[in-house]
Design a protein around this ligand. Sequence first.
Ligand SMILES: *Cc1c(COP(=O)(O)O)cnc(C)c1O
Length: 395
Amino acid sequence: MSITPLMPVYPRSGVRPVEGDHCHLIDEDGTRYLDFASGIAVNLLGHSHEGLINAIQAQAAKLMHVSNLYGSPQGEHLAQRLVEMTFADTVFFTNSGAEAVECAIKTARAYHQHVGNDHKFELITFKNAFHGRTMATISASNQEKMHKGFLPLLAGFKYAEFDDLDSAKALMGPNTAGFLIEPIQGEGGIRPASDDFIKGLRALCDEHDLMLVFDEVQCGVARTGKLYAYEHYGVTPDIMATAKGIGGGFPLGACLATEHAARGMVIGTHGSTYGGNPLAMAAGEAVLDAVANQTFLDAVAEKGERLRSRLEQFIGNYPELFECVRGKGLMLGLKMKVEARPFYVHLRDNHRLLTVAAGDNTLRVLPPLVAGDEEFDEFLDKLSAGAADYVFEPA
Ligand SMILES: *Cc1c(COP(=O)(O)O)cnc(C)c1O
């Protein structure tokens, strides 16, 4: 047999972490890496956060899992907190981002089909989006590299240009159910949608009774200096998917909705065996305890500004490598003038700095939200050294 025991779907690097220490990862062989990838915007409290560890340990000893056939004091409590802090009235807990988006898609379709508008099943999504790897969520993205080998796609998705209201409008028709969008594209290259565009989508939804669905799996949970990125835009979605950071490293996601939008999600329409189990709820509570307060959020916003201005200064020294800095809070991207992936590999292998490559030749900078000046100094040192000794082909 030549296939590896781990299904070989990832191009795994030689970095093999076995331990975490705040903002660092320690490899099998003892090498320390500065982790400004955070498990792709997951470990927002870093790797050894006492509150999170204690919460998980205590809950594991008490009760890990029960069926959703029983009442859930743990789920009710966390859902109530999310409801109080967001636009939403109700929450469905999942174990991942794709499941949260899947639930959001079903909620949007059910909104229309619940009242007999069975023809309104089409969601307009946006080019270069990433919504996950299930059949529905790959169908929701126009990226052919994710489709290849898995056809046919699920029907009911149309792809508009990101940040282009006319393009979205042009795809609307009698079958339109709503829009599904990342307010800040993550995998697509840290591209924040403009204010006018998001407000325009909201207005179209209000005018035509459509669902505005936000995928905040990457940009949500304090990452941008707000609990959720929609708060930057002064509009609220009808439905929202959240995951990644919300468990701080424990698998947890959620689909949030208003009462109005969730009218189709009645008994028997959806479910999950693990979703909302007490252990996951304890992790979610510990994360909210740490991040869901104005002091923490303001600190993220302020740190984001500081890191951004340092990055802007830095890229001035390497105009042949970098085009601009973009993003919000501590969800930052360095748009490069050369291919981003080989530079990311160079930083990783030669400078022990972990970042993430993204679409549009963007290097994603996603530090744990608990990182501070000490880590920013180390980051800029490594990044500068990496830029200085980088050998590349000019574009
Ligand atoms: C990561 C991500 C997902 C998928 O989350 P999984 O937990 O990998 O299923 C969906 N949407 C966005 C915007 C993401 O960044």
